[in-house]
Design a binder for this molecule. Structure first.
Ligand code: AN7
Length: 439
């Protein structure tokens, strides 16, 4: 066995059209001058630091069962920011910091607008309050960022079927990307607890939709077991590759705002998204693109708040909550898979976590719709409702520049919308009747 030197590796990389290689040449194996493996990243355990090859189909550390993360050889990855700026504002503009080497399975995700919330900001006394509208992704939620990467990796790894448990959006997104990739998807939902639009999407995109008589946490346990025993590819946020896609929310915020916000506020369910954004921004720090991190702030629903409890009580771990309940069904999750990652993200950045009631969530959903023209589903409104609460309790300073991530589109959950609004005024089809209701 020979070991390639750096120049040789670079040549091979160029020849093969790959932009990926390891700094440590000892781990490069080649025979007969043919390069077998060139990786620019590894899977690393967040607890014990054990490393695994990128094509190992694992979701947890083989040694200690903790979560995995994707670690790049950032010193050797060539990222040219000027080149990025020339590319369209979409997720794949950041491809050097994503694990996929094949042609991605994409529906044009990312590049979502960052709105200045002038009206709500003024009411709260905040000059710089922004909302990144992730509901404007192809299937209507931020999950598409995870799925374009996750489903691309499924193909790259030779997996034949993809699967997930979901409170709704993950299943809608997975179904769409599996359809695009031409592979089957299996989704497990908590029966009766998924918003109508999301079920409609999963069904229409052709996934095998299974509703279990149990909650999301149980559905995730079941799909996890089935993926391990039957060889399906699991695309919940325990999958470290999926989170790679979602970290690009943070990249876009930096590029759109032109600076680092003081705080980023996200709704928290499984805590994958907030952990992913934090991870991505840490990479930007390592690359010297930014020199500080926003205070990562997680908002949960009052009836589903295990992460908030762990932060408030300064616990080392998140204690699962048995029966989570909230109108924001997307974040009706009692046992967040990414518990250990989110505690790090919040604590390392001096952020915080808080919970808002269903009434506060729905009131903010209406405010966003009526005062800003932004239509989001209840879970998404939780982030802005959280800012309002934290302003009023004095935790947030009024001079902070704050970016809320609003995660899913209003049309995801039409039933909750209709319940809050008055019915349309029905009249006879004549001008007199019309004038009488207008006056
Ligand atoms: C709109 O679809 O967990 O904290 O299975 O749909 O990363 O879990 C959805 C989560 C926030 C929470 N906002 O994100 C699922 C699922 C919306 C969501 C979250 C979800 P994480």
């Amino acid at each position: 066995m020979k070991v390639a030197n750096a120049t040789f590796i670079k040549q091979c990389v160029t020849l093969r059209g790959h932009a990926r290689f390891l700094k440590d040449p000892v781990s490069i194996i080649y025979t007969n001058c043919k390069l077998l493996l060139i990786y620019m990243f590894r899977l690393v355990c967040v607890n014990c630091g054990a490393e695994f090859l990128p094509d190992d189909i694992i979701y947890r550390c083989r040694k200690c069962e903790h979560l995995l993360t994707v670690k790049y050889d950032l010193e050797n990855i060539e990222v040219n920011r000027a080149e990025w700026d020339r590319r369209p504002m979409r997720l794949w503009r950041y491809r050097e910091l994503l694990p996929v080497s094949r042609e991605p399975v994409t529906l044009h995700e990312g590049g979502t607008p960052l709105y200045h919330l002038k009206s709500i900001g003024k009411e709260l006394g905040l000059k710089e309050l922004y909302a990144k509208h992730e509901g404007l992704n192809p299937s209507g939620s931020f999950k598409d960022r995870g799925m374009t990467v996750g489903v691309s990796m499924a193909l790259e790894l030779g997996m034949k079927t993809v699967a997930c448990a979901s409170t709704g959006n993950t299943s809608a997104s997975l179904a769409a990307y599996a359809a695009k990739a031409g592979i089957p998807a299996v989704v497990l939902l908590p029966a009766g607890k998924v918003a109508l639009g999301k079920v409609a999407q999963a069904l229409m995109h052709g996934a095998k939709v299974i509703a279990i008589r149990g909650n999301f946490d149980r559905a995730l346990e079941m799909v996890y077991d089935i993926c391990l025993s039957e060889g399906l590819y699991l695309l919940n946020s325990v999958n470290p590759y999926r989170l790679e896609g979602q970290k690009t929310i943070g990249f876009e915020v930096i590029d759109q705002l032109g600076c680092v916000p003081d705080r980023m506020v996200l709704p928290v369910g499984n805590a994958g998204n907030i952990s992913a954004v934090y991870k991505g921004l840490c990479e930007f720090v390592e690359l010297d693109f930014i020199d500080s991190l926003p205070m990562m702030t997680g908002i949960q629903a009052a009836g589903s708040r295990p992460v908030v409890d762990a932060i408030e009580q300064n616990l080392d771990m998140v204690v699962p909550q048995a029966d989570p309940e909230t109108v924001a069904t997307a974040i009706r999750i009692g046992a967040p898979v990414n518990a250990e990652k989110v505690l790090t993200a919040i604590r390392a950045t001096g952020g915080t976590a808080d919970a808002v009631t269903d009434d506060e969530i729905l009131a903010m959903q209406r405010d966003l719709a009526r005062k800003e023209g932004i239509g989001v589903e209840p879970a998404s409104a939780a982030s802005v409702a959280g800012v309002k609460k934290l302003i009023e309790s004095g935790v947030i300073d009024r001079d902070e520049r704050i970016v809320c991530v609003v995660t899913g589109h209003l049309l995801k959950d039409p039933e909750t919308v209709i319940k809050q609004c008055e019915s349309p005024i029905e009249i006879d089809a004549d001008i007199e009747s019309l004038l009488s209701v207008l006056r």
